[in-house]
Design a protein around this ligand. Structure first.
Ligand SMILES: Cc1cc2nc3c(=O)[nH]c(=O)nc-3n(C[C@H](O)[C@H](O)[C@H](O)COP(=O)(O)OP(=O)(O)OC[C@H]3O[C@@H](n4cnc5c(N)ncnc54)[C@H](O)[C@@H]3O)c2cc1C
Length: 405
């Protein structure tokens, strides 16, 4: 029987971030991943380390502020994995956002990034337009250049797992959580580790299973939060974009999208399609591939749109009436007590909260951004600290160097 203070289910970026934060805080931590480190959503993202300029429009100021801070930390702490990259926003005669709106957005973005070097932006001189990777010039009215950062999401996840292991975390893969039983002092978990059944006694459990979060809640006999899964697809096409990333508006439905240099090719994404099928083999649909090809060709008519590769990932988003691209990207942390606290059958919700607020045993992570993994990890450990007890920290995640694994 294994024993640990924190058992993390899922070895994507969020599970890696929790393992790192737990180990840095001085706790015993084990992380279990069923298929491959960073092999699911955390290798199918747009690979941007950013505040998320477009989330300003949906009023997610706190999210943008926090992620801009995380961007700054990653640029400093993971320089081999996170690179400062120029972004270009072309504004055409028919663009739905006029130049002044882009300008105001970038100004606010800069303010939230506390005027750091990476938050500089400017309007390009029209004489420079023709050097922009053969971008369509007809009806072009302005081009703004600003800075964010790019990474290799899978390598970043592996590097964070490695950093957690260097601090004492134990990592198991392939290791799948099958079932969890609540005990007085934590959870008894049944896992298959390299095909063999293994039991683990965990003082606390963190469900970082990404799109599988509700499946894992079920396996832990915990209530499931409401959510939807939204598929985002990318295509890789031949060619290069030497000037950096282009932040475009799809001519098909006006959604924002990116075209970016990726290894020796071009990565184009993404889409937003509600997903209801199986979770284990997510792929871009022919319609999504066509949408991305046509959107890219509109702006770069001289470039090839032959598809070399395509991939898709699932966003975990809250349910709601807004269109999916306006739903909050905030991370939701739900503990076993949050559910009890909502239960009015045994006294008032306030009493239930007061009675149990101190000792959560299980916590599930819903949604969130790649960029914010460190802060999410810290927030998770803060929520579990009353149960785990105080410890002398081993390291400070704000200054830990993260190197390629
Ligand atoms: C299309 C798209 C584009 C995105 N672009 C960006 C971006 O540019 N920048 C950004 O900051 N964020 C971006 N995001 C968000 C970011 O990618 C995700 O928030 C992040 O990768 C989610 O990580 P995760 O660890 O929660 O999930 P995952 O990476 O999916 O990890 C969950 C892991 O849990 C494992 N697992 C599941 N069940 C079990 C079990 N029973 N036992 C053991 N292991 C289990 C799975 O195998 C998986 O590896 C994007 C998301 C999508 C979908």
């Amino acid at each position: 029987m294994l024993t640990t203070e924190v058992a993390v289910i899922g070895g994507g970026i969020q599970g890696a971030g929790v393992a790192q934060a737990a180990a840095a805080a001085g706790y015993d931590v084990m992380v279990f991943e069923k298929s491959g480190w960073g092999g699911a959503t955390s290798s199918s993202s747009s690979k941007l380390i950013h505040g998320g300029l477009r989330y300003l429009e949906s009023g997610d100021i706190k999210l943008v502020y926090e992620n801009l801070k995380e961007r700054a930390l990653l640029l400093r702490n993971a320089p081999s994995l996170v690179k400062r990259t120029p972004f270009h926003i072309p504004v055409y005669k028919n663009s739905s956002r006029p130049s002044w709106q882009i300008y105001v957005g970038l100004l606010l973005y800069r303010l939230l990034a506390r005027f750091s070097r990476t938050s500089e932006f400017h309007r390009l001189d029209p004489r420079a337009w023709r050097y922009l990777d053969s971008l369509k010039l007809d009806d072009l009215r302005a081009v703004f250049q600003y800075w964010d950062a790019q990474t290799d999401d899978r390598l970043l996840t592996r590097a964070v797992i490695k950093s957690a292991m260097d601090l004492g975390a134990k990592a198991f893969c392939p290791a799948e959580l099958i079932k969890g039983e609540r005990l007085e002092d934590g959870y008894k978990l049944l896992l298959t580790v390299k095909g063999k059944p293994v039991y683990c006694h965990a003082k606390t459990v963190v469900n970082a299973a990404g799109p599988w979060v509700n499946e894992v809640q079920e396996r832990l006999s915990l209530p499931k939060a409401e959510m939807i899964l939204v598929r985002g697809s990318h295509i890789v096409i031949p060619g290069t974009l030497v000037k950096g990333i282009y932040y475009l508006q799809s001519p098909i439905d006006n959604r924002p999208m990116f075209a970016m240099p990726w290894r020796d090719s071009i990565l184009v994404g993404t889409t937003e399609t509600e997903h209801s099928g199986a979770l284990d083999s997510i792929a871009a649909s022919p319609e999504e591939i066509d949408y991305l090809q046509r959107s890219f060709a509109h702006y770069f008519p001289d470039k090839s749109i032959e598809v070399l590769e395509s991939f898709a990932g699932l966003r975990v988003l809250p349910t709601g009436a807004d269109s999916t691209n306006r739903r909050s990207r905030e991370t939701r942390l739900v503990t076993d007590l949050d559910n009890k606290a909502d239960d009015h059958s045994n006294g008032t919700a306030k009493q239930a909260k007061e009675k149990t607020a101190a000792m959560p045993r299980a916590l599930a992570i819903y949604g969130g951004k790649l960029t914010g993994f460190r802060l999410t990890g810290e927030k998770v450990i803060d929520r579990l600290r009353p149960t785990l007890g105080e410890r002398d920290p081993v390291a400070d995640t704000t200054s830990l160097t993260i190197k390629s694994a």
